[in-house]
Design a protein around this ligand. Sequence first.
Ligand SMILES: O=C(O)CCC(=O)C(=O)O
Ligand SMILES: [Fe+2]
Length: 277
Amino acid sequence: MSILFKRITPKTGAIVTGVDLTKPVSAGDLKIIEQGLLEHQILFFRDQPVTPQQQCDFARFFGDLHIHPIYPVLPELPEIMVIDTHEGFLPDNDNWHTDVTFSQTPPLAGILAAKQLPSVGGDTLWANTVAAYDALSAPIQKLLDGLTAVHSVSKSFPPSRWANDPDTKERYERAVAKHPPVNHPVVRTHPVTGKKGLFVNHGFTTRINGLSDAESDHLLAFLFAHVSRPEFTIRWNWQVNDIAFWDNRITQHYAVADYLPERRIMHRATVNGDKPF
Ligand SMILES: O=C(O)CCC(=O)C(=O)O
Ligand SMILES: [Fe+2]
């Protein structure tokens, strides 16, 4: 078997064939996949019924794994975050975001496996933030290049959802205390490819530093809308045992919440990343 990448759009996303993630993947194949991720930003693998342990083993080749401080995780393997959404646990990823940008060192990548799906719906979209940055005019790129913005955990994880429930309150309050708002560059340089991507997201970014409130609000609103233009995005219609692997440094994603009252279960392994520059 040799690994092949089939593009989904000209710049973003590819389907990978010729690899079985339920078996140890050779060092050579892992390198090919890593290169593919840099080229395509988001990779999709079909028919990969991985166990949580196999998912972690695959993810670990790319770096140490992150344990989410708020979201539910598997008790026996906390490196697996569980997104089990239904009428009793409502989806909250239906906004454009880059994962965990409330951290000083947001994740390098997310690896998401579809475990249980609604009969229809529950797609996920990804946006290529390099393509979005490249499409801006030179004067706007120049303006953004020197700016930083504030990212806050409570924008996507509000106390109204997490601090009122006695089951989640204590862990939530510890997470918020440990993660005060952080500053990141508005335009991030990819540490491997050197490409620049927009690094503000609707999920966590609250303010652009050095601007008035009105300037920050309007500029952020423009950038959030810009990054989600169809030209920079792909939409994935999941099958059970699909895996998506995205470069979290230069993408955003949006989980479409159109399937209630049906249930949807996803497992995510998350690879730690570096401080953005
Ligand atoms: O459930 C999904 O499709 C994506 C959820 C999400 O935002 C994530 O896994 O980081
Ligand atoms: Fe996410």
